[in-house]
Design a protein around this ligand. Structure first.
Ligand code: UDP
Length: 235
């Protein structure tokens, strides 16, 4: 399978057409952005690391019965995936308080939540991905009632699978973001990626941050944190 025309270039990925109508190639870039694109930089080796990390997570989820867009890993930083019509909702699942939740609810970073929280954000760069709820989704017809139910069910199931898998590797899954889309067969699939770019991953013992917060907050050792995640996933 080879890359044909580039159809999309985002902050961290490029998407190409392939010879097949319903398949795309996703190329992971080393570019990193934060705070709605205000902070820009590069994390050397990130594209290669995230392509591999995402593949491990998506393969694991597929084994556990989660429908994902992932087909196979191609080159060092490329993935062959099912082409999706992306639903304009970002799902965030939180197990431990961090990030925007600390500010919104005045909670201390690192406090355990009694049960996972699921949040919806409207996927719009222009509006800075505002927080929404199920009523906004229904009123704006961002997803049907059936899709919404399926998205919630799959998101919590994905969370359980990942929490258990990562706990074995000495990693706390603090929070993460998911995106879903419809395939040409009209079925719902998990899309986008699962990597230290869109998850908060802490060392279970030291609570050291092993994710993009190192870039966001200028904590240093960004590249080695991504490498550490890959190393542990492969153990
Ligand atoms: N996240 C993401 N893309 C976004 C916003 C959030 O991947 O546009 C991820 C982020 O990496 C974290 C989780 O979703 O793992 C929750 O992010 P939060 O709402 O705390 O926002 P942030 O502090 O990242 O702005």
């Amino acid at each position: 399978m080879e890359k044909l025309k580039m159809i999309y270039e985002g902050k961290a990925k490029k998407v190409y057409e392939t010879g097949k109508e319903d398949q795309i190639i996703i190329e992971y870039k080393d570019d990193a952005t934060a705070f709605d694109g205000e902070k820009k930089g590069q994390i050397v080796g990130k594209g290669r690391l995230n392509a591999e990390i995402t593949t491990i997570f998506f393969d694991l989820l597929a084994e556990q019965g989660i429908p994902t867009h992932h087909i196979s890993k191609l080159g060092e930083r490329e993935i062959l995936a099912r082409k999706l019509d992306i639903i304009l909702i970002e799902v965030v699942i939180r197990n431990i308080v961090a990030g925007s939740l600390t500010k919104r609810l005045g909670l201390a970073e690192g406090s355990e939540l009694k049960e996972p929280i699921l949040e919806f954000y409207y996927k719009s760069d222009e509006l800075g991905d505002p927080l929404i709820n199920e009523y906004h989704i229904r009123a704006e017809e961002l997803a049907t009632e059936e899709e919404l139910a399926e998205i919630k069910g799959l998101s919590f199931k994905i969370n359980s699978i990942l929490v258990d898998f990562l706990a074995d590797k000495g990693i706390d899954l603090v929070d993460f973001k998911l995106e879903f889309g419809k395939g040409s067969d009209d079925k719902l699939y998990l899309g986008d990626e699962i990597s230290p770019d869109n998850c908060r991953l802490w060392d279970s013992k030291s609570k050291k941050k092993l994710d993009k917060d190192r870039f966001r907050r200028d904590l240093g050792e960004v590249e080695s944190a991504y490498q550490e995640i890959l190393k542990r996933l492969k153990e």
